[in-house]
Design a protein around this ligand. Sequence first.
Ligand SMILES: [Zn+2]
Length: 383
Amino acid sequence: MDLFSFHEEAPGAIFWHHKGYVIYKTLVEFLRNKLRTAGYQEISTPVMVKSELFKKSGHWDFYKKDMFNFDVEDQSYSLKPMNCPGACLVYSTNTRSYQDLPLRYSDFGVLHRNELSGVLGGAFRVRQFTIDDAHHFVRPDQIQEEIKNVLLLVKEFYNDLGFKPEFFLSTKPQKAMGDPKLWELAEGGLKTALEEAKVTYGVKEKDGAFYGPKIDIHIKDSQERDWQLATIQLDFQIPEKMGLEYTDNQGKPQRPVIVHRAILGSVERFIGIMTEHFQGAFPYRLAPVQVSILPVSEKHNEKAQEVYEELMRQDVRVELNRDDKPLGAKIRDTTLQKVPFMVIIGDKEMQEPSLSVAVRNREGKDLGLMTVNEFIKTHLKSI
Ligand SMILES: [Zn+2]
């Protein structure tokens, strides 16, 4: 489908081709629009950072082997494997009061993890990727409401794409760090949030991270395979290690709690899963080419060009197929590309007084002869 490729010059990193990158950008933009209205501030933090930062945040002890570390001018640097420490630095540039929270930073930063070459696998397991990441800095009394809103956002997003998400609460593990009371409060908050968001959920006993409980989000693809995609994770440790504070209504310094959350998880992996789930027949909204124009022969090219320009003006992702092949072959090629609509222009369509086309959908259904305006109004705008 000409979406992306891999090259041995960069193992585990995707080379996006135009059509694949259209899906990537459309997906991210769709999400960005939702985040804008949900009160997020988008930030962007450096990819190459002194390793010191990860020592301070506590990631070094656990992730050192999974990170790319190297020296620059005798200083130890790393490629960031996650965005959290960067978001904490942005938080710490200002004094924060209890009224400033919750503060929600989203970050589509490029991440690197040093996966062994033997475990790399297509778009599913890569070394360079982007997570639709966000960090919410909240007061302990805001945890429940904040998680509920994230759950509602997750539900809405997946429903829009035609997936049914499943939720799992992972509880306190054997080797948990931090105050047991805070754990109790956090687990109770997550449970109530799940109930308030009206989602049914399973429990993964003792499967939380050592620094806090979490909610995992799974989907099943069209072949009934189970994928864990996103997580909503509470964290009491990083705020401590990074020395983050806000002042409460008595003017006293307090520690915020961090909610790490992703909705789709790795964008690369999500696109890999979607490609298999839809068998390449992406929903109209994400299809790299939404309409393909097929002139029957060379003498219909001029009219086809007019239709092409009109659809472009209407912001439709359109392709004009001028291949010197019989119509049947062109229809077959377009069907294989899973383009949602094809419009055909031949003698009959040329005789119509206004710009007209014969429309077929990718399921092979003939939708009949209509003007371009009718086509846009009835078939494209309604999607
Ligand atoms: Zn994080």
